[in-house]
Design a protein around this ligand. Structure first.
Ligand code: HEM
Length: 465
């Protein structure tokens, strides 16, 4: 029997009620039984983790514009695992260090996928001083000056990324079919935004790649990710295609440039707000360097690693890491995590919990005496800012090295303090961050003065600062 003849055959065999109202009653009852059966079948056998309840067309109300703070509030009511639905879309927030490592490190086999996010997929990724380092690494390109065209392009592209980055900013994240609606239709703001943002994003994806490819053809390309990979392909030694190489380079550029900029902006904000910390760090730097600029060889003698870790812990660059996706249903702590759940690791919460005394204070020496910390069971290194398991940040060593050399150079060369207005009043530098996937300090003013005429001369000779 052909499948499409099945319903007819069934209705011939069964004699149902003939009155239309009675027929409707049967259909409604059948639908309810079917729905009850479907719900029962699709519901996991174990209970779902606790969390705020929502209707199918809503999201739980957030007590703060910062999702990671709302999630920490929820932890007080629901615990480490908070499960909820946004527009019917299953989400799980993981609020403790132990649960994060259990799930994302130890069970990387099922939690290493990223959810498909319709808005962000339209955009791809990409950016400034540190953009220069990543541009060289990916494209062998040297940033010309502070008007550099690629850095400007990347800036534009990343502005869109920052906003679209949190899953749920746009209705289309929940209802991918919305992308088929015309632009004038309600709930399609994403279409109008994407149309404007797509331009710099596409250019960032293609222009530096095309320029490196051209230099390679002319025999002028220096060693970098794109040139090395393309050479392998041309020599028949690699089966990668151009699109994969182009996307990998753009992902490296995107993932690398703005993240380090955010951490460095936190440095200026912290120095302006905690002058004692700056003074103590400068005393150490002066003792070792005697006014010269640092090199990586000075790392063992300078206790600045602690400052860099504290910057990353105090206000992590990606407070919720990047979302993951449960590829199969999994049992954890007696709860079911359904297949298809989008998962957020609230590292912000884990880096401000009881393991870190006075967690909101910026303490330059928090990570200095690691054996003593370990003995007291406090201040573990905040490596989780770089993520977990097999999706851990591919650039973490480079990022830390860059942060270290930048912090050391800035401490030798500058005094950073709160700015003063034309009437001599101090302007506050509020410790406020943007509520985005990639979180930056909100715009603030500070004074950056060379520490001495010697420092000013060194600065003039350097390219970065
Ligand atoms: C302070 C600086 C940085 C921070 C805090 C940071 C943080 C992160 C985080 C949290 C992830 C996601 C990990 C996960 O899902 O578990 C990630 C992924 C990644 N990072 Fe970084 N990162 C930084 C700098 C860099 C740099 C400089 C590069 C490259 C030169 C880079 C390249 C990447 C790449 C390629 C990925 C993988 C993207 C993916 O899997 O979709 N990152 N980073």
């Amino acid at each position: 029997m052909a499948l499409n003849s099945l319903p007819t055959a069934m209705f011939h065999g069964l004699r149902g009620p003939s009155h239309p109202a009675a027929q409707l009653g049967v259909i409604v009852t059948a639908a309810l039984i079917f729905y009850a059966g479907y719900v029962k079948l699709s519901r996991p056998r174990l209970p779902l983790p606790p969390g705020p309840r929502t209707s199918i067309f809503s999201s739980p109300p957030q007590s703060s514009p910062y999702p990671w703070i709302t999630y920490l509030e929820w932890k007080k009511t629901y615990g480490d695992l908070v499960y909820f639905k946004t527009m019917g879309y299953p989400m799980l927030v993981v609020n403790s260090y132990d649960a994060m490592t259990d799930l994302f490190d130890k069970r990387g086999d099922i939690y290493s996928s990223r959810p498909v996010r319709t808005m962000i997929r339209e955009l791809h990724l990409i950016r400034s001083a540190s953009a220069g380092v990543v541009l060289t690494l990916a494209y062998g390109y040297e940033v010309a000056d502070n008007q550099d065209e690629y850095v400007h392009l990347a800036d534009e592209a990343l502005k869109s990324m920052g906003r679209a980055g949190l899953l749920g900013t746009y209705y289309v994240d929940y209802f991918p079919w919305l992308k088929h609606l015309p632009e004038w239709f309600p709930f399609t703001q994403f279409k109008r935004d994407a149309k404007i943002w797509r331009i710099p994003v596409r250019q960032v994806l293609h222009r530096p790649f095309d320029a490196t490819k051209q230099r390679l053809k002319e025999g002028k390309a220096s060693s970098c990710l794109v040139a090395d990979e393309l050479e392998q392909v041309y020599a028949g030694l690699s089966s990668a295609d151009e699109q994969t190489i182009r996307n990998t380079a753009a992902t490296t550029f995107a993932a690398g440039s703005d993240t380090v900029v955010s951490a460095l902006s936190s440095f200026f904000l912290a120095m302006a707000n905690f002058p004692d910390s700056q003074r103590r760090a400068q005393e150490e730097v002066d003792r070792v360097l005697q006014g010269r600029l640092p090199t990586h060889a000075d790392r063992a003698d300078l206790p600045l690693t602690s400052i860099c870790y504290e910057l990353l812990r105090w206000n992590p660059v990606t407070p919720l890491v990047l979302p993951r996706y449960a590829t199969v249903e999994h049992e954890y702590r007696g709860y079911a995590i359904p297949q298809g759940t989008t998962m957020y690791a609230n590292v912000w919460a884990a880096l401000h919990d009881e393991r870190y005394p006075n967690p909101f204070e910026f303490k330059v020496d928090r990570f200095l005496d690691q054996p003593k910390n370990a003995q007291a069971g406090i201040n573990p290194l905040p490596d989780i800012v770089f993520g977990f398991g097999r999706r851990v940040c591919a650039g973490k060593e480079l990022a830390f090295d860059f942060l270290w050399i930048a912090v050391a150079s800035l401490l030798v060369s500058y005094d950073i303090s709160k700015a003063v207005d034309e009437n001599g009043y101090i302007i506050d530098a509020p410790i406020e961050y943007t509520p985005h996937l990639l979180s930056h300090p909100k715009e603030f003013r500070c004074s950056i003065r060379p520490r001495s005429p010697g420092a000013a001369a060194i600065i003039e000779q350097t390219a970065y600062f």
